[in-house]
Structures are given as C-alpha cells and as structure tokens.
Design a protein around this ligand. Sequence first.
Ligand SMILES: *Cc1c(COP(=O)(O)O)cnc(C)c1O
Length: 380
Amino acid sequence: MSSVPFTVPSLAGEVSDAVVKVLDSGWITTGPQTSQFEQEFADYLGAAHVVAVASCTSGLELSLRALGLPPGSAVLTPSLTFCGAINAILHAGHRPVLVDVEEDTLVPGAGTVAAAAGRVDAAAMVVQNQGGYPVDVAALADAAGLDRTRVVEDAAHGPGAARDGAPVGSASFAACFSFYATKNMPIGEGGAVASSDREFADRVRAMRLHGMSKDSWRRYLPGGSWRYDVRAVGLKANMTDVQAAIGRAQLAALPGWQRRRAEIVAAYDAALAGLPGLTLPQRDLAGITHAWHLYQVRVPDRDAVSAELEEAGVATSVHFIPAHRMTAYREILGAEECASVPVTERIAGELLSLPLYPGLTADQVDRVVSALTGALRSRG
Ligand SMILES: *Cc1c(COP(=O)(O)O)cnc(C)c1O
C-alpha cells in the first residue's frame, strides 16, 4: 500500500554540486560559504545581522547567554513548544516560567503573557511562531513588561512568515531559525540567529565558537595570526561550510516551496471545512503571511484518530507534547507551575498535525482528506 509520510525534506537540484565544490575546496568547516550564507539569509529576511549556528536550539542558548542575565533568572516560555527550547533556557542557567496559549492561535496572547508575568519577576521571554504563525512580538513584550531586547524569538517555524509586511526576524533583537531536516528550509542540521543589534550579533558570533575572538578562517586569512583571546565562555555551535553551501542552494528554492505549501493549505481548507468535530487552523490572518510549517487541526479522540490514519497509510504528528507533561520538566518545575497552563492542558490531547510539505502531491492530499473524513464521520 502506498503511504503518505508525515514529512519529506525538499532538496534543491543544486545541492549536490554545491556540496562537492566545498569538499574540493580544501576548507570544510566555518569559512567563506558560511559568511555568504549569512549575508544571503540576512537579505532574504531583511535583517541587519545573521550569525549561522549549529541548530536553533544552540541559537536559543547562545542568545539567552548573550543577554547576560543573572543566573537563575525567570524566563517566560510557552509550555506548548519543543523541548529544545526549554533545554536552552535551562542550559543557559535560567528558570522556565510557563505561559498558556490562546485556543485559536496556539500561541501565547497578551492576556496569558500578562498573567504569567504577574506571577514572577521575569527577566526575559522566549516567544514561538507555532506552525508558522508570526506572533506580535511588540505586543507580547508590552504584556510582559519587557523591553524588546529581552525577547528571544524561537523562529524555528518562522522562515516565510511576516506580520504587516515585515518578515519574522527582520527587526528582531534575537530571532533563532532552524534548518533541521523537517523544517521549511532544511539543511539537515543547522540554525541562524538574526539580530538588529550589531553588538549582540558579535557576542553570539564569538560565543558560537568557544568565545574565541577570531575563528580559524579569519586566523588563516592573509595577514591573520595564531593569536586569539577568549572573552566569554562560549559553546561549540558553529555551522560548517558544507551546511552553508546546502543552505545557499536551498534558500534560492524556498519562495517556490512556500507557494506550494500555501496551495496545499488551501486544498486542505476547502476539503476539510465542516467535518464533524474538526477544528481547522485559525483563519483570522489580516496583515499576516503564514509560513505554513504545520497544518495543525484539533480532533476529538486524537490518539485513536491518529492510529486510524496510520492504518490507512497516512502518517501524522503532534506539535507539541507540552513541556509541563514531560517527566524531567515536571520534576524541575513542580506541580503548581505545571498546573498554570489550563488551555494548553485541555487542547494538548486534541492537536494533530497533517502532512504538509512541497513534495506532497494532489493525490496524497486526497488520501489524507479521505482518511481523516472517514475517521471523523465514523465518530460524528
Ligand atoms: C525544531 C524546533 C526547534 C529546534 O530546532 P533545532 O534546529 O533542531 O535545534 C526549536 N523550537 C521549535 C519550535 C522547533 O520546532
């Protein structure tokens, strides 16, 4: 039986040649390709500075460390997020404080942020563009009583998203992107931090490679020397030129992939409207360009529906199992903190992500639709 995988990475035709060129060049770690990729991704976003890193997770940790907050600071974060984002807060030495989401957008709103900020003296906040929905960073910063320089954006789902014409990351103090295999612009592994602030970007740049004042590429350049200093304790989280060359080829293909994602979303919308028990992704998108990383619906009896789809050859996923339901975080956060996100708790068992990627064919979309229709009608 032919099946519909949950995700298949899109790869531009130019990727293979680009990789071979780097391998032949004699320089395979962070170097000229990485600099070029940073410039091209900055141009794509309309951002002043971009620092390429090993992953979005390391970008989040580097950004939080580069803020220089006192150890143990309270950092607001949605519970409905990926574990890497929670780990980044903990590894940076801080305390995650959970923020509930709004039922329609699946991201924190001004109300839930203000409620969480009212419980603690928050030093910073991580916001997340769930599924590709660009959050209103300025409004959330206001609600938290935080300056924009204390907001770190988890923009793993952000490439292609914009609010009032401004791409996610274009005016951010710190926006962290992911090029993981499943994301809209896959490299396999990789990430980037975009910032409007040169000094902040320079701190992240030094800290992505141990905190060294000069990376080895710059030390090998004509007139370079073996001398360097370590001015801050960094991570080993640089991007290699092999990754960057893949990223440059992928970036050129991204706009076409984004258009295909929007077409698939329109097809799902039209075919799934009105099914019994089904809640479609929210449609109040005035002024918003959605990146459509995920097509997240809500269904009753989610675990059984997901199993039925699997049986019909349609793979699905869940974004996310909330942090407050994970063993390690429950131990760290405690029962009271974990009980502070009732909307997340209520909808966590209903969320279901359908296959959505540029390579998904019209025929596969039909298979997803008929499998989901069957599963819901038999319950309806
Ligand atoms: C994928 C993802 C990350 C982690 O990205 P990596 O590049 O794999 O570190 C962080 N946050 C969210 C919301 C994600 O979906």
